[in-house]
Write a protein that binds this ligand. Structure first.
Ligand SMILES: C[S@@+](CC[C@H](N)C(=O)[O-])C[C@H]1O[C@@H](n2cnc3c(N)ncnc32)[C@H](O)[C@@H]1O
Length: 220
């Protein structure tokens, strides 16, 4: 897989998939976008409900930025983090990503997220268990009524339409608990109509800098 390291407008790195001509994050700021969409609108929103533990599903582990941010922003409630990634990035790439220094985070922790074995649940630190699945999520059977929070961070619908269509979204819906939350940077009309037709309560929220809106969907 041909990948280029880029620096986004907030100084944090991201990657560009050359074949798809698609970046892993907003060029206006990778950390800024992930904090806004996944942490503030997702994790912190859920934490206000005082859960005993949180089961997270991420579609697209990629750079590991969302997993790292989750370990930083949540230290009291146990987290079980399941992430799908069919195309893991190589050590020569993740080793150069500047997220630990930009976030003042422990680089060993960031490397541990990447070095954790695939297809096994690994205790990264106390209260944070990581289960990375080396597969395309749309081809995998997901457990029912399991996840409290979904970080839906696939490449854009124009680039990977098969990941945003009704049957796969319905599969995610079935895997979520009642009242569970799905967050994504995408705010496309067709995507939101698909979510509504499945049974989600769909909210359009202000997007991160450079993007008008994002989406939060609650399973009802
Ligand atoms: C927009 S990037 C975001 C990655 C990650 N969340 C991050 O912050 O770096 C999308 C990710 O989805 C992965 N991906 C591509 N096809 C996929 C599939 N069928 N199932 C799950 N992930 C997929 C890509 O390889 C890429 O890592």
């Amino acid at each position: 897989m041909d990948i280029a390291l880029i620096t986004t407008e907030d100084g944090s790195h991201s990657l560009r998939n050359i074949a798809l001509n698609e970046t892993y994050h907003s060029i206006h700021g990778a950390i800024q976008e992930s904090q806004h969409v996944f942490i503030q609108a997702g994790l912190q929103y859920l934490l206000r409900k005082n859960p005993k533990d949180i089961n997270i599903l991420e579609i697209g582990f990629g750079t590991g930025l969302n997993a790292l941010l989750t370990t930083i922003y949540q230290k009291t409630v146990p987290i079980h983090y399941t992430a799908f990634e069919p195309y893991p990035i190589e050590a020569s790439v993740y080793d150069r990503l500047n997220y630990p220094s930009e976030l003042g985070a422990n680089k060993k922790l960031f490397l541990a997220l990447h070095e954790a074995n695939w297809n096994n649940q690994i205790e990264i630190n106390q209260g944070f268990a990581l289960h990375k699945i080396h597969a395309r999520y749309q081809e995998t059977i997901l457990p029912s009524l399991t996840f409290d929070l979904v970080y839906f961070d696939a490449f854009a619908p124009e680039k990977q339409p098969e990941l945003w269509e009704l049957p796969v979204l319905n599969k995610i819906y079935q895997a979520m608990k009642p009242d569970a939350v799905l967050v994504t940077y995408c705010a496309k009309g067709q995507f939101k109509r698909n979510l509504k037709s499945i049974g989600f309560n769909v909210e359009s929220l202000p997007g991160p800098p450079g993007k008008f809106q994002m989406t939060r969907a609650i399973k009802i």
